[in-house]
Design a protein around this ligand. Structure first.
Ligand code: GAR
Length: 223
């Protein structure tokens, strides 16, 4: 963190959830660090029973329930969502287990400002039931991806990924838990990169300003 970054205003973040909100918690924890370049100004849930709402309240973050059942169409729901975000002067929107498709109009309105986390190494295993599908495919690695949202489901420029090994005796829930741990590591890092401008979108790709060296490969199994 440079002295200059310390003086820049923090990016205003809204987090959209539908459930438990463990990724929201990881973002709350990161944003509580004084030199983190972003602050969560609003948490929105489309489900009133989402436990993530309790996490937000505990952290004294304003919450809003926007139940899709109260809106006649997807377009009406998304219009209200957009207006709510604009009213709170949000810079970036993080989807964190927000299990509802957004209209392409909404995605365009938040072009390059809408971020999602998905529990696979995209573009592999888009959609639902990802862990079982990874187990069934017999891949050695799966993982998680934080990406910029485009209109197509689980697609868009990739900010960060974590490769997570699949072990011989994994069940769906064991694997899901291992991946979730990585999600909590990468989502704050992705937000940091976007909020500082260290990661920026150029066309279909996210480019990075000088990062550290990486190993040439990750190998599994180890011999
Ligand atoms: C996370 O595993 C996230 O990657 C997934 O929902 C879970 C939410 O958990 N999202 C998707 O599958 C989106 N396609 P959380 O509520 O504990 O953060």
């Amino acid at each position: 963190m440079t002295a200059l970054q310390n003086t820049l205003p923090k990016k205003r973040i809204a987090v959209l959830i539908s459930g438990g909100g463990t990724n929201l918690q990881a973002l709350i924890d990161a944003c509580e660090k004084p030199d983190f370049p972003a602050e969560i100004v609003l948490v929105i849930s489309n489900k009133k029973e989402a436990f993530g709402l309790e996490r937000a309240k505990k952290a004294q973050i304003p919450t809003k329930i926007l139940s899709h059942k109260d809106y006649e169409t997807r377009e009406h729901f998304d219009r209200e969502l957009h207006e709510t975000l604009v009213k709170s002067e949000v810079d970036l929107v993080c989807l964190a287990g927000f299990l509802r498709l957004l209209t392409s109009h909404f995605v365009e309105q938040w072009h390059n400002k809408l971020i999602n986390i998905h529990p696979s190494l995209l573009p592999a295993f888009k959609g639902l039931n990802v862990h079982q599908r990874a187990l069934d495919a017999g891949v050695r690695f799966t993982g998680c991806t934080v990406h910029i949202v485009r209109a197509e489901m689980d697609a868009g420029p990739i900010i960060i990924q974590a490769a997570v090994p699949i072990l011989q005796n994994d069940t769906e829930s064991i694997l899901a838990a291992r991946i979730l741990k990585s999600e909590h590591e990468v989502y704050p890092k992705a937000l940091y990169l976007m909020a500082t401008g260290d990661a920026y979108v150029e066309g279909d790709k996210v480019l990075l300003k000088n990062r550290g060296a990486l190993p040439d490969s990750l190998i599994h199994p180890i011999l």
